[in-house]
Each structure stands twice: as C-alpha cells, then as structure tokens.
Design a binder for this molecule. Structure first.
Ligand SMILES: C[S@@+](CC[C@H](N)C(=O)[O-])C[C@H]1O[C@@H](n2cnc3c(N)ncnc32)[C@H](O)[C@@H]1O
Length: 282
C-alpha cells in the first residue's frame, strides 16, 4: 500500500519466497504478498476499512493500496480507442483493472507475482462474467510475455516501488504501441534516511524519459489520502486479528506508524501519465 504501508511491507513481504511458476517467465513469487492477499480474502473487516478509503469505488474493487476512484477516473479520461488492450502491472486482486477496462471498453491483462492475488483476480473476473476479454497471470512485470506494441494503456497502482523499475519501464516501452500511455501511481523516496525497501526510486520521471516515454503529467498526490484507511484499520483491530491472523499485525503496526509519522513525510506519492511518442523508432 502507499505511504507508510509500502515501506515496511517488504520486511514482512520478503519472508519466504520462491515458487516454480511458468516456464516462459520464471517469477520470484513473494510469500509476503501472498500471505496478505490470502488474509484479505478472508477478512470482511479489511474490506470495510478499504471502503472508507476507496469510496466510491465499486464494492468489488478491493485495493491493497491507496488507490482512489479519482485516480481511476483520471485514467479513464485518457483517450484510447475501443477494443484496445489495457495491462495492469502489479494488479493485486484485479478489481481496479477490471473496473477501468470496463469503463474504457478495453480488454484487460493483469500481471502480479503473487499467486494468491492472481487467484482472487481470476475468481473476480468469473464472478463478474468478464472472463472473456480478461487475462490475469502470475508474472513479473518486467517480463509480461506480451507482444511488442500490443498495448494501448499500461496502468499500475502503488506497485512500481516494489519492482526493479528500470526493467519494468523498459518492458512498458516495448509493449506500448506508438502513441500508447503509461499511467500509474507510485511513491518516491524523498528522505535522507535509508529507504527500507531497495527498489524504491527517488524519482521516476528520468527512468521514463530514458526509455523514450514522454512525461505528460506528473502530479503530487495528497499525502493524507490514506489516513481514513489507517484509522479504519485501527478501529477494527479485534476483527482484523481474528479474521486475518498474523498479517493483521503488520497492517496495524503500519497504520499506527503512518498516523504517527503524518507531517514528517519520507515519501512523495505521485501520479504519472507518460506516453510513447506516435513516431517513436525502436
Ligand atoms: C501495494 S500492492 C498494490 C496492488 C494493486 N495495484 C492495488 O492497488 O491493490 C503491490 C503489488 O505489486 C506486486 N508486485 C511486486 N513486485 C512485482 C513484480 N516484480 N512484478 C509484478 N508484480 C509485482 C505485489 O505482489 C503486489 O500485489
């Protein structure tokens, strides 16, 4: 999740690791994220807390991030044609990708290294009757397996800071068709302290430019937008512990830390839209 959550999650999230997965695309599966997604799937209290943050997202969009409806609507204003393909990198449980793709009438591909997240995403697509134009896969975002220039819009919510961003942005530049867009939210590390996760960057714009993507929007997001979620989690401590087990402790301690740290920011939450130029050469 964004902000406080993002930056302590890794200690939790890198606990075990490493599953087999697909031949084409070996994935370093992350048991930390798997554990949290499995716990979220069995926790009505987490979903209730997420509603406080995410309102008015559809009820079936359960972010593990600070993604909001405003972020989604900003993306829906991006002009792509009908019947195009949208890919969500680090799609989590898939609701955001399905919602945005539905509004844009696009096909959807979602990739995530967490098997539990992808299992939830696949189940959601079936539940919504949206399997036909939808593919969710356990895959690393830097090796999506998608064809060159096959995607009109790549999106990502609060996931890039958990990935090696260089190879992922390179992959986005490869799969985007000329004129295609990459819209995402991310946290940039702005403190002099050592960042608690190794993959978070201080600035993402240079990486985009280096890979031939023009930054057409870079907007600092309200750092307090996650507070209702953190308060919502703390208000449900007992239920979260009962429903989620150990992963609840990580969420609760991060919620506390985030609320205590308000006003002493170590990250900048940013919304980016970048574009592959229409005439860009390979
Ligand atoms: C904070 S969660 C955000 C999930 C989702 N975008 C949302 O808003 O709910 C970050 C996600 O990135 C995924 N992730 C981390 N590294 C990844 C990688 N290299 N490739 C694909 N997904 C990755 C995690 O499994 C996790 O689901």
């Amino acid at each position: 999740m964004r902000a406080g959550f993002s930056f302590s999650l890794p200690a939790f999230a890198t606990g075990g690791n490493r599953g087999p997965l697909r031949k084409r695309n070996r994935v370093e599966n992350d048991d930390g994220f798997d554990a949290i997604y499995a716990a979220i799937a069995r926790s009505p209290a987490y979903r209730a807390a997420a509603r406080e943050l995410a309102h008015p997202l559809p009820e079936w969009v359960i972010p593990f991030s600070s993604m909001t409806a405003t972020d989604a609507y900003r993306i829906c204003a991006i002009p792509i044609g009908e019947d195009e393909t949208l890919v969500d990198l680090g799609c989590g449980t898939g609701g955001a990708a399905l919602w945005i793709a539905g509004l844009l009438q696009a096909s959807v591909v979602g990739v995530d290294t967490s098997r539990a997240a992808i299992a939830s995403a696949c189940a959601l697509a079936v539940e919504l009757g949206r399997s036909e134009r939808t593919r969710f896969e356990v895959a690393d975002a830097s090796t999506t397996g998608l064809a060159d220039e096959s995607v009109a819009l790549a999106i990502s919510f609060d996931a890039l800071m958990f990935m090696r961003a260089g190879p992922v942005v390179k992959e986005v530049a490869r799969i985007l068709r000329p004129g295609g867009f990459f819209a995402f939210t991310v946290a940039e590390w702005i403190s002099d302290d050592r960042a608690p996760i190794p993959t978070v960057e201080r600035a993402y714009a240079p990486l985009l430019e280096e890979n031939g993507l023009a930054v057409i929007q870079e907007m600092t997001l309200d750092p307090d937008r996650g507070l209702p979620l953190y308060r919502g989690l703390l208000a449900r401590e007992t239920e979260l512990r009962a429903e989620m087990g150990p992963p609840a402790e990580m969420l609760l301690s991060q919620a506390r830390e985030h609320l205590e740290r308000a006003g002493r920011r170590r990250i900048r939450d940013v919304f980016f839209i970048a574009r592959r130029p229409k005439e860009s050469a390979r």
